[in-house]
Every structure is written in structure tokens, then in C-alpha cells.
Design a protein around this ligand. Structure first.
Ligand code: ATP
Length: 571
């Protein structure tokens, strides 16, 4: 890429430079080359342009916890593109089908209609900050008339854009940047451009939760300004994740002969932030859910013995017999189908704490787990901790696993006694042992049903992520597992996400993540992925997960090989 170094308003960097960078990233598979391109680009920006640029390159215009979203529908974007390019429906479909991407469609149509020439002749070129300010204006459009307002902003942006710029504006608007700039690569680029050590950039990212903020801090003062980053209450931190193992013996071996076992509760993970008597709660995806959990807020408030803290726990819905209700029941709380008082009465929630990340000015993530747990029990007051045993014995570990299941829990989690808390990482310090293996897949299409299901999109195409190409690849199809109520709900959602429809099939923007069980994984030429699930069934809809959490083809391959090994042992 040749950086035009072009500037528009008052010396601002042109958006064209950013679009060209994204195009270069998309056409490169070499990791180092991408890191180099982004780092060169960062060095040319003014400080105020760093955070907006990083967010737009990654495709997340605003961090999830900020509560801001673009929320522009495909239909609106399509309508604007049609208006600008005067393309027929047939031409739109043809352009879309080339790569199945709305951004590419915009570029193709604008090039064909040559609207760009008129645009560039008549208008001043767009700058990075202008585009970002428009995104902010879109996120602030609320209430009645907001749809029209958003449409007008999109129209004024796209009518000034060149074809390549339009491609990336559209991709940002609809939240689909499918090029190879993963957050790992961005961290490397930020480290390279700022001179700060990569580990420090990663750690700051975990604590601040937004690459834009991290990059701005790093570019401003290098390692020194990253050194003093502390978590900020009400600014969520990426949660530490867990790896699966087959049995308790493996977990004990992995943890050096002794481990701490906790129930794996089947609820929703909560990150609870407390500052001077005020409480805010964030979900696993770091969205704020305080308003859905007034009873949990109350429980926490009644037990606070400190000024500032960040705690972690699991909220479980409790049935009449005091056994945990299913995850789906708990999710009703977050969807708030009824008034919150009624929901609190109908679906009581109990909080179980399992970790503490921050306490009165001190970051605790570098302390061993055993120490954190001690601190947690000291400050928790009457709040309950997740049941735990520390053991060296396979037999007692197995007993604890059976006990967890018999009480209606999912399984257990083994936590290494001396392990630090590593936000955002899925390492082997926390290991889960569950009864059956599942895959988190995303719905990329659906067929209309037959007979009783004729009005529902009820047969789903399920995809995993190919990490090398970033593509979502189908590995199975199922119409099993959902209740009538859920079919109705999912149909409604899928129709909003519809991109094209042909015959009985609807293609959708990938957004709905489902946890899927299956009998077997087979090698199959039927799908591009090379794998197919046999007897797949949806276990539950995972509203608490997003595209980043979708399992990879690599994991599918590993599971395939594992079952092959398991079979050969029985022969
Ligand atoms: P799964 O798909 O198996 O439910 P996940 O993909 O949501 O897991 P993992 O990181 O694999 O996430 O598993 C950890 C999850 O288990 C946490 O996000 C949390 O919600 C839940 N959990 C339940 N009990 C515990 C516990 N005692 N300690 C930590 N996490 C727990």
C-alpha cells in the first residue's frame, strides 16, 4: 500500500488510507506482513485518530460494554446502496452472490455505475474522524424517527464515498469485517508501532477491554504509560476461560497431583463491579445486565465491606425444589419478556461467587488462585461461594463430579492452586469436566419447515470458524432440539438477519450461536469444511456468546480424531 499521507479537513488523515489498509490486510495471509502494515499505519496517525482507526479496522466501532451500537439493518444499507447506484434487484443479487458480502456488493455496484467519479469530483474526500463521527451520530440516534435519521447519515456517508471506502464503511455498519486482523495481530502491531513489549500490550488489553484505548495509550507514552494501568470499576475485564478435559484423572495430572474442584454451575457468568456503594453487573460478553438483576444487586449491596471491588460469579435460576433451573429459564430474565418485578418473582436467581479480581485499589490477578479464594471468602459476607474441595485423590475427585451432577449441575471445574488469573485466555489452569462434548456453532442459514413447522425457519445450517481463512464453514444441519416457542423466536430473529432467500432457503447474517450436541463427527465431502455432524441437535441457544466464541474447524478436527482414537481402543 502506498500511503497517500493524504489529509482532508484540518490536516486529518483520509479515510481512503484506512480502506486501502483494510484491503491490503484482506489480500495478505502473511501474519508478519499484516502486523507491519498496521504498525506503519499507526505511526502516521495523529493521537486522536488512533482509537477510532483501530476500532474501525477491527470492525467494532464501539466496545461492547460502552452500550453504544451502530445497529443499522441490512435492509437500510441495501436501500441506500440501491438508491445511490440505481441498480436493479437482479444486479444487486448478482453483485452480492460474487462473495456473499454486502461490502463487496457496494464496491462492485459503485464501480459499475461509476458513481464514484461524480462523488469525488463534487465532494471533499472523507477523513477517518468524519466517518467515525458519523458512526457516533448513528449510535446516538434513538427513539422515534431514529431509523430515518440513521438512513440519512448512511446516505450522506456513502454518497461521498469512493467504491473501496464504501466497501469498508458498509462492513463496519453491519458488523462484518471478515479480513485477517484478529485481536492478536492488532496487539502485535500496537507493540511494534509503540515500542511497548507485547506482553504489556496484551495485559493492558485484558484490563481495559478495548484495543482502541490500548493503542491510544501505547502510542501516547509507550511502555511507561501502560505500566500504571489498573482496572477501572465499571469498565469490564475479559473473563478467564476454561479448557475441556476428558476426566478428573487428567485434570489432576495436569495440575501436578493436587487441584481445587468447584461445581460447574449451569448459569450465567457475572462480573460484578462495586464502587462506593454502587453496583454494576456485566455478562460474559461484557454487556451491562444490571437492570435485569435487581435482586443480585441487592444481595451484593447488603454484603459490601469494601469501597471498590470486581468480583466474579455465576447466577443460577432456582426452581421450587431449590434445584437449578435450565439455562434457558435464566435467559428469560435477560430478555425480560415481562416486567422486571414479575420476572424476579417467577425466576429467582441465586449468586455464587468464585473469584475476585480487584479490591480497594489492588489488582489481584497475579496472586495464586488459593490466595484469591481466601480473600474472596473473607470479603464475601453472607454471599455464597461456589462449593469447592481441594484434593489429591482421583477417587474423591470422581465422587465430587458425581455429586455435582446429581445436584443438577453441568459438571466440575478444576483450578490449579497456584494459578494466576489470566483475563481473556483459555489456558489449562482451569479445566472443565462435563458429561458430553458440545460445539458452539453459528446459524448461517435456514430452511422453511414442513407440515406443522411450515411457518417456521426450522432447519438450521450450522457453521464453525476456519481460523486460517476467518471463514465460517458449515458442518451440519439440524431441526432438532428447540421448543415451539423457541422456533418462533428464532424465526423472528433470523428474518431480521436475512440476507437473501432462494426457494425454501434463507441465508442470514451469522449472529445466533447455538450449543450443539451430536452423536459423531464424520469426514464428508458434502460441506466445504470437510466434516459433517451426525445426528446434531441444538442443546441451547447461547445468547451469552457471540461470533468470537464460535468453535473452530481445528476443534472439530481434534474431536474427530479423538473419537477415532477412542474407537480404535475398543477394537
Ligand atoms: P461452556 O460452553 O462449557 O458452558 P463456556 O464456553 O461458556 O463453557 P468456558 O470458559 O469454557 O465457557 O467455561 C467456563 C464457564 O463456566 C464460565 O464462563 C462460567 O460461566 C461457567 N462456570 C460455572 N461454574 C464455574 C466456576 N465454578 N468457575 C468458573 N466458571 C464457572
Amino acid at each position: 500500500m502506498v500511503l497517500a499521507g493524504g489529509t482532508g479537513n484540518l490536516g486529518e488523515t483520509l479515510y481512503r488510507d484506512l480502506a486501502e489498509l483494510c484491503e491490503d490486510i484482506e489480500s495478505t495471509t502473511k501474519r508478519l506482513a499484516i502486523v507491519d502494515l498496521i504498525s506503519q499505519f499507526l505511526k502516521k496517525l495523529s493521537i486522536g485518530e488512533v482509537a477510532p482507526s483501530i476500532r474501525m479496522i477491527v470492525g467494532e466501532a464501539f466496545p461492547e460494554w460502552s452500550g453504544k451500537t451502530l445497529d443499522v439493518s441490512w435492509r437500510t444499507v441495501q436501500k441506500v446502496i440501491k438508491g445511490i447506484t440505481k441498480a436493479s434487484d437482479e444486479e444487486m443479487l448478482q453483485a452480492f452472490s460474487k462473495r456473499g458480502d454486502l461490502g463487496d456488493m457496494a464496491k462492485i455496484l459503485m464501480l459499475r455505475k461509476d458513481v464514484s467519479k461524480q462523488a469525488t469530483l463534487l465532494q471533499k474526500p472523507l477523513t477517518i474522524l468524519e466517518v467515525y463521527r458519523s458512526f457516533q451520530a448513528i449510535s446516538e440516534a434513538k427513539g422515534s424517527g431514529s431509523k430515518k435519521k440513521k438512513e440519512n447519515i448512511v446516505l450522506s456517508l456513502l454518497s461521498r464515498a469512493e467504491p473501496l471506502e464504501a466497501k469498508y464503511i458498509v462492513k463496519n455498519l453491519i458488523g462484518e469485517m471478515r479480513h485477517g486482523a484478529s485481536s492478536g495481530l492488532m496487539e502485535e502491531a500496537i507493540a511494534k508501532a509503540s515500542g511497548a513489549p507485547l506482553e504489556m500490550v496484551k495485559r493492558t488489553h485484558m484490563l481495559m477491554g478495548d484495543l482502541g484505548d490500548v493503542a491510544e495509550k501505547a502510542m501516547r507514552g509507550g511502555a511507561q504509560s501502560l505500566n500504571d494501568v489498573k482496572p477501572i470499576p465499571f469498565h469490564p475485564i475479559k473473563p478467564m476461560l476454561v479448557q475441556a478435559v476428558d476426566n478428573v484423572a487428567e485434570a489432576l495430572r495436569e495440575h501436578g497431583g493436587e487441584t481445587s474442584l468447584e461445581y460447574k454451575l449451569d448459569g450465567a457468568r457475572l462480573q460484578i463491579h462495586i464502587r462506593k456503594g454502587e453496583v454494576k453487573i456485566f455478562s460474559r460478553r461484557l454487556t451491562e445486565v444490571t437492570a435485569s438483576l435487581p435482586d443480585v444487586v441487592e444481595q451484593v449491596k447488603n454484603n459490601i465491606q469494601f469501597s471498590e471491588a470486581i468480583l466474579e460469579g455465576e447466577a443460577v435460576a432456582i426452581g421450587k425444589d431449590f434445584r437449578p433451573l435450565t439455562f434457558q429459564n435464566l435467559m428469560k430474565r435477560f430478555h425480560r419478556v415481562k416486567g422486571i418485578e414479575e420476572m424476579v418473582r417467577e425466576i429467582p436467581v441465586k449468586l455464587y461467587l468464585f473469584d475476585i479480581i480487584y479490591l480497594d485499589g489492588k489488582l489481584l490477578i497475579d496472586l495464586p488462585y488459593s490466595e484469591r479464594r481466601k480473600i474472596l471468602s473473607r470479603v464475601a459476607g453472607e454471599l455464597e461461594l461456589v462449593p469447592q474441595v481441594v484434593t489429591c485423590s482421583v477417587d474423591s475427585a470422581q465422587e465430587f463430579f458425581e455429586e455435582a451432577k446429581s445436584k443438577g449441575h453441568e459438571g466440575i471445574i478444576a483450578k490449579k492452586m497456584d494459578s494466576t488469573y489470566t483475563p481473556g485466555r483459555r489456558g489449562r489452569k482451569w479445566l472443565k469436566i462435563k458429561e458430553t462434548e458440545t460445539l458452539d456453532l453459528v446459524i448461517v442459514g435456514a430452511d422453511w419447515g414442513y407440515g406443522r413447522r411450515v411457518n417456521w425457519l426450522s432447519d438450521y445450517y450450522l457453521a464453525a470458524r476456519n481460523e486460517e481463512t476467518g471463514e465460517l464453514q458449515i458442518i451440519g444441519k439440524t431441526f432438532k432440539g428447540l421448543t415451539d416457542e423457541e422456533f418462533e423466536e428464532v424465526t423472528e430473529k433470523l428474518l431480521k438477519l436475512k440476507t437473501i432467500e432462494y426457494g425454501r432457503t434463507v441465508r442470514v447474517k451469522p449472529e445466533i450461536v447455538v450449543e450443539t450436541i451430536f452423536e459423531e463427527i464424520q469426514k464428508s465431502p458434502k460441506y466445504e469444511s470437510g466434516y459433517a455432524l451426525r445426528f446434531a441437535r441444538i442443546k441451547r441457544i447461547r445468547d451469552d456468546k457471540n461470533l468470537e466464541d464460535v468453535d473452530t474447524i481445528e476443534k472439530v478436527k481434534q474431536l474427530y480424531e479423538k473419537q477415532f482414537k477412542a474407537k480404535s481402543k475398543t477394537l
